[in-house]
Design a protein around this ligand. Sequence first.
Ligand code: PAF
Length: 283
Amino acid sequence: MIIFKTEADIQNYLSDLRLKGKSIGFVPTMGALHAGHGSLVIKAKDETDCVVCSVFVNPTQFNDKVDFEKYPITREADLALLLEWGCQVAFFPDVEDVYPNGMNAGSEFDFGYLNTILEGEKRPGHFQGVGQVVSRLLDIVKPSDLFMGQKDFQQCMVIQKLLELKENPYQTKLHICPTVRDADGLAMSSRNKLLSEPQRTLAATIYQCLVSIQSKQSTDSFSVVQRECLDLLTNKDFIPEYVSIADANNLSLLEDFDAKRKMVALIAAKIGSVRLIDNLLLN
Ligand code: PAF
């Protein structure tokens, strides 16, 4: 595995590969890597000639300063995992490499409706920051294929929109890969590292709620199941932010189940100071 820190060095290396007709698979991350990232790297290895994984904790996507400050950084372990997964290129840029003109200099992206609901509503500025950094990383790596996890369902839609807004200059294909879960159903996330042991035990409640929404979609009304989930989460020490269902194609929020549509259930809830999100396709 080759490790790069600067735009010039990585671009030099990748442009040679591109000239040789090699495809480049890109897995952007914020580090604190886990098996969920591993599944993206492994999928990228199956589908492309060279896998690039970036590790950069992007300051501009944190709407909460404390969340940024306590975001787990596990650089040595990340490198060891990338080696184990067979990643060919690791990119560990500094803030100055990603934002040479300062953090406020990037383009503004109009994500429209996606920016007004769920994560967009609860985390003002978050998707602008995600758009800014992914746009910049795409311009550095110029990947043929981009691999992201379904765990961040709304983020995947935002990135699809970003590719459209940028007129997809590298003809990048977005691959949305299935969420990887622990044995009790908890979706793997870097933030799980911040959970205490009792919190970790309770954290699988989110998945239990998603499964319960899925199993009751043809027998109950959503408002009833939603109430049950909100109560269950609250009883298990969570502060729920939303328990919602939406059309999985465009994320328009639904009042009730609608079997004619492809649906997704989405939950965000805080346990202590750790905010977790998860989702499940319903049909
Ligand atoms: O999902 C993440 O880890 C981040 O939002 C991403 C896509 C790497 C951008 O910083």
